[in-house]
Design a protein around this ligand. Structure first.
Ligand SMILES: NC(=O)c1ccc[n+]([C@@H]2O[C@H](COP(=O)([O-])OP(=O)(O)OC[C@H]3O[C@@H](n4cnc5c(N)ncnc54)[C@H](O)[C@@H]3O)[C@@H](O)[C@H]2O)c1
Length: 291
């Protein structure tokens, strides 16, 4: 996609973190926006931040588990904006707990938000995107969609699923010479609210997640604050990387040096990779913040 000016982009999870940064940067490029989040307060804050940027913005508050709502969303967007060019499936959260700690409800909750909503959103918007001269679907997976860690089985399944679905759709679009470009995003550790907004079944300071981001906290709140503070990449850097790669038509988007490092290591040492992760905090100096 050459540029974003006068296009219409829908972003899920635009009330915080990467989604909010994408909304601001797309607005700066002259792109009109349809913003989705289940948190009315934070989504309105995002709207305030882009109010003076001279683009059309619509807000859509709902839980992405609401299938009927997603079903009717394309018509709602067309009614307001007359067109849709870009769909960014970014919303997400994590469920932290061992396999014997999580229950059926946790699985349903996590997989519905992380995976089923991404599949349904991509599917319902596809016919509308196909009608545009150029269009894009951007699905946000994770480095945890490339390798698995303990206590994140639901998140791992969701993010591996997003990768599988997105790559398959991307190939289908390429083979049919569709105008729809399909991108899969693999962020490394980005300084957002995602850790504090996780559903915790148990919490230990030395969880796999904590080991990766180098936290040493005694409460979830403390760990959440450290997660944000210690991140090698900011949400603004993540958004900039995503938009740059869309312009360059690079369909596999790794965000941050840490993501590139983990990706390479998990390929080189598939068996011993986790041990490398455990000792990673010792090497934190090489992950310089990119703002
Ligand atoms: N931050 C990281 O280190 C990191 C790493 C890898 C992948 N990711 C992925 O990046 C994406 C963005 O996360 P972030 O880090 O900006 O987190 P964040 O918590 O700052 O933002 C996520 C947003 O999604 C919204 N959301 C969550 N569930 C929703 C639902 N059911 N319906 C509607 N809105 C919902 C939240 O309200 C929030 O505004 C997620 O898919 C996440 O899994 C993040």
């Amino acid at each position: 996609m050459k540029n974003f000016k006068n296009k219409v982009a829908l972003i899920t999870g635009a009330g915080s973190g990467i989604g909010r940064a994408l909304a601001i940067q797309l607005a700066d490029s002259g792109c009109n926006l349809a913003l989705v989040d289940w948190n009315e307060k934070t989504l309105k804050e995002t709207e305030q931040m882009i109010r003076k940027k001279n683009v059309a913005v619509s807000l859509h508050f709902f839980d992405l588990r609401e299938k009927e709502k997603i079903e009717s969303l394309p018509e709602e967007i067309i009614e307001i904006h007359k067109q849709i060019d870009i769909v960014i499936n970014n919303a997400g959260l994590s469920i932290i707990g061992k396999v014997d700690e999580v229950n059926e409800d946790d699985w349903q909750f996590g997989v519905d938000i992380l995976l089923n909503a991404v599949i349904q959103m991509s599917t319902v918007f596809l016919p509308y995107l196909q009608k545009r001269p150029e269009a894009a679907i951007v699905n946000v997976s994770s480095i945890f969609g490339l390798f698995s860690v303990p206590k994140q089985s639901i998140y791992n399944v969701g993010k591996f699923g997003v990768k599988a679905f997105t790559e398959s759709l991307s190939l289908e679009m390429e083979m049919s010479e569709s105008p729809v470009e399909v991108y899969c995003v693999f962020p490394g550790h980005i300084g957002t609210n995602i850790y504090s907004s996780s559903r915790f079944k148990s919490f230990e300071a030395d969880d796999a997640g904590a080991a990766i981001f180098g936290a040493n906290a005694s409460t979830i709140e403390e760990a959440g604050a450290q997660f944000k503070q210690n991140a090698p990449s900011s949400p603004e850097f993540a958004a900039k990387t995503i938009l740059k790669n869309i312009k360059n038509k690079n369909k596999r988007i790794l965000i941050g040096f840490d993501a590139k490092f983990y990706d390479l290591m998990s390929r080189l040492f598939p068996k011993n990779f986790l041990k490398i992760i455990w000792i990673l905090p010792f090497f934190r100096g090489i992950f310089k913040p990119k703002k």
